[in-house]
Ligand binder design. Structure first.
Ligand code: HEC
Ligand code: HEC
Ligand code: HEC
Ligand code: HEC
Ligand code: HEC
Ligand code: HEC
Ligand code: HEC
Ligand code: HEC
Ligand code: HEC
Length: 415
């Protein structure tokens, strides 16, 4: 080996400790000094540019490298990332069988990749193996993964049931609806004529692109002039889609005006002699009684044909005299797979009916969420496959709080 080459090698070898020594100098005051210099010394030490979210820290290396010769600690990250949640809600359970795992085991900081959410090989299975057999059975989506659990809303609780349980429980959204009636091939009759409906007439993706918004009365049911809320005996009118109280008040006022303007009708409806002079209070009382009776037979009718609210809603009795019936709260599930995510916008090439057998569903309580076998038609695990979509655990699951709490996070925000 020539002296020159040896010299170069020695120089390089010295350069490494030099660099490490430099890191000890990297302190906020050094960085403040450096910021005024034309050449940034720390940029020589930088193994690769910082990922996108952190580039704004530029040459302030001490933001993370708080101590020289020490690995960057989790504390350095959590001083800024205060909202980052633990993997499972009960963090002590994780702690008890804790596997020594740190933020940087999964998040590459100096990375040529654009985003830090591009993971390093994520040690999901390794840790699950130490946390119980059932968890460890999920090791490869294509070959070893549990059948899915579906989350049924039961008031403010959730019932978890395997997709293959037969029969499945019913969805209790308190909405009444038949897909079959609306999906007839020759369409449904509407004021605008026979209208053939498509799934997306009623199901619109939320802005996130992941899930669908609940179809609404005004935006969905009343399209094409369908489903007006009328009352028509003996007085006719239309009520807006509001609460039971708003509807009651609106009709009562309409009846009061009608009675005030038509003394003959008022006499008949209220059982007064036509010659009698009535006070405003008496008129209102009568309007309340009469409208209450009519409402019970029209908009708030509970059984039979020509239903009002009960066409779509379950009605529940209240203990209020002026509003005896109200609407059961709507609890449509938007997140059947609580601990995983499903982006609808990435599956646009498949037909809705490939995954949801809905055209012959007669009741809103039917559930038609596809299972593991359906996903495996396209998705497989990460290694040893060629022709299908290779998917790692973190493609479908969150890590930070894998299962979000419905109450504290709100239904729509998950994933
Ligand atoms: C956002 C936090 C953060 C900032 C800012 C940061 N680093 Fe790092 N750096 C890390 C972490 C974490 C590691 C541990 C290795 C890894 O996971 O990438 C690391 C590793 C390194 C290494 C070891 C090489 C390696 O790949 O293991 C060097 C050298 C280094 N950083 C230099 C710098 C310099 C110079 C700067 C300033 C220009 C800087 N770092 C800014 C977080 C940071
Ligand atoms: C000085 C504050 C600060 C420190 C220290 C810091 N970060 Fe960040 N981090 C940010 C900011 C600001 C962003 C970009 C905005 C955002 O997405 O929250 C970011 C983005 C990220 C992202 C990407 C988020 C996304 O949506 O793309 C990850 C992952 C991340 N940081 C992890 C870490 C880890 C791991 C460490 C410790 C090695 C760390 N951060 C240290 C402030 C910090
Ligand atoms: C440090 C250990 C550890 C690591 C790393 C880890 N997990 Fe977990 N995981 C657990 C523990 C503990 C549970 C809780 C088991 C329980 O509730 O009984 C769990 C539960 C889960 C569950 C089931 C949650 C539920 O609804 O019951 C999923 C899904 C999951 N992990 C996915 C992942 C994915 C994806 C990764 C990698 C990105 C990962 N885990 C990495 C320890 C870990
Ligand atoms: C043709 C179907 C249909 C009819 C008839 C109907 N609604 Fe609704 N209603 C819906 C739908 C769909 C929703 C959920 C989305 C929304 O808010 O529009 C809803 C929601 C509501 C809500 C909000 C409930 C909650 O928990 O968020 C109230 C209150 C309500 N309706 C009252 C009424 C009343 C009172 C009537 C009768 C006068 C009525 N609705 C008739 C379809 C209907
Ligand atoms: C590749 C299969 C697949 C296709 C294609 C698909 N879905 Fe889904 N859909 C799912 C899965 C899985 C869920 C459950 C995800 C969850 O709730 O976490 C779901 C949930 C739903 C839900 C209930 C949850 C919510 O977001 O409100 C509706 C409504 C829905 N899909 C409608 C549609 C419509 C309309 C189409 C066509 C435009 C469609 N889906 C296409 C798989 C599919
Ligand atoms: C006329 C409006 C309308 C049309 C058209 C319609 N839906 Fe729905 N869909 C609803 C309403 C309202 C709900 C909520 C009540 C319920 O759970 O049934 C719903 C619920 C769903 C759900 C969630 C409940 C479940 O089954 O798991 C899926 C999935 C769904 N629809 C898929 C479809 C598909 C696929 C099509 C097309 C073949 C379609 N829908 C057409 C109104 C409609
Ligand atoms: C017809 C084929 C097909 C079916 C069936 C299918 N997927 Fe997908 N899925 C895809 C394709 C293609 C992508 C986009 C992959 C990409 O761009 O990285 C994708 C993307 C995804 C993603 C996003 C991954 C990421 O990188 O962000 C998730 C999560 C997902 N699918 C879950 C599911 C689940 C759960 C099921 C079963 C209910 C399912 N898919 C059924 C083809 C399918
Ligand atoms: C194509 C999407 C997809 C991929 C890839 C995937 N999962 Fe899942 N996983 C799901 C869905 C959907 C569920 C059911 C949702 C639920 O239980 O809330 C689930 C459930 C689980 C559960 C709960 C198991 C149980 O007993 O019910 C664990 C644990 C889990 N996955 C771990 C993993 C691990 C580890 C990997 C990587 C080897 C992985 N998953 C890859 C979609 C996926
Ligand atoms: C076992 C792997 C793993 C570990 C350990 C890990 N993360 Fe993550 N992190 C992920 C994955 C996967 C995502 C992608 C989105 C998600 O799962 O929430 C993510 C997303 C993030 C994000 C962006 C989204 C968000 O939730 O704000 C931040 C910031 C983040 N991680 C910070 C941290 C910090 C800080 C630590 C250490 C306390 C840490 N991570 C430890 C796997 C991990």
């Amino acid at each position: 080996m020539s002296k020159r080459r040896l010299g170069m090698i020695l120089l390089l070898l010295m350069f490494v400790p030099f660099c490490v020594a430099m890191l000890t100098l990297v302190s906020p005051s050094f960085e403040a000094w450096q910021a005024r210099q034309p050449v940034k010394l720390t940029s020589w030490l930088n193994p690769a540019p910082l990922s996108r979210g952190h580039r704004m820290f530029g040459d302030r290396c001490s933001t993370c490298h708080q101590k020289a010769f020490r690995a960057v600690t989790d504390d350095a990250c959590t001083t800024c990332h205060t909202q980052t949640l633990t993997h499972v809600a009960y963090s002590d359970r994780l702690g008890a069988r804790h596997v020594d795992i740190h933020c940087v085991d999964c998040h590459a900081m100096h990375s040529v990749k654009e985003a830090m959410t591009e993971m390093r090989s994520v040690p999901c299975v390794e840790c699950h193996e130490k946390n119980g057999r059932q968890l460890a059975e999920n090791r490869d989506f294509g070959k070893a993964h549990a059948t899915f659990r579906l989350a049924f809303i039961r008031g403010d609780k959730t019932l978890h049931v395997r997709e293959d349980q037969s029969p499945l429980p019913l969805e209790q959204s308190h909405l009444k609806f038949s897909h079959e009636v609306h999906m007839k091939q020759d369409g449904v009759s509407s004021p605008e004529g026979q209208t053939v409906l498509d799934c997306v007439n009623c199901h619109q993706l939320e802005e996130s692109g992941r899930r669908f918004a609940t179809p609404t009365m005004t935006g969905t049911c009343q399209q094409s002039g369908c489903h007006a809320l009328r009352f028509d005996r003996p007085l006719s009118g239309v009520v807006p889609h509001g609460t039971a109280r708003e509807v009651t008040d609106r009709t009562r006022n309409a009846y009061a005006n009608w009675l005030a303007d038509n003394s003959a009708d008022a006499g008949l409806a209220c059982g007064w002699k036509t010659s009698r002079t009535v006070t405003h209070r008496q008129l209102l009382d009568c309007a309340e009684r009469v409208s209450g009776e009519y409402l019970n037979n029209t908009l708030f009718k509970q059984r039979g044909d020509d239903l009002g609210c009960a066409l779509c809603h379950e009605l529940v009795a209240t203990n209020m005299k002026d509003v005896p019936l109200t609407i059961a709260p709507i609890l449509v599930q938007h997140h059947w797979h609580e601990s995983a995510q499903f982006p609808h916008d990435m599956h646009k090439s498949a037909k809705c009916t490939d995954c949801h057998n809905k055209t012959s569903s007669k009741s809103a309580s039917d559930v038609s969420i596809p299972g593991l076998a359906k996903c495996r038609e396209c998705h497989v695990g990460q290694q040893g496959y060629t022709e299908k979509v290779s998917s790692g655990c973190a493609d479908c699951h969150n890590y930070h709080r894998v299962k979000k709490d419905r109450k504290s996070n709100g239904l729509g925000e998950y994933g």
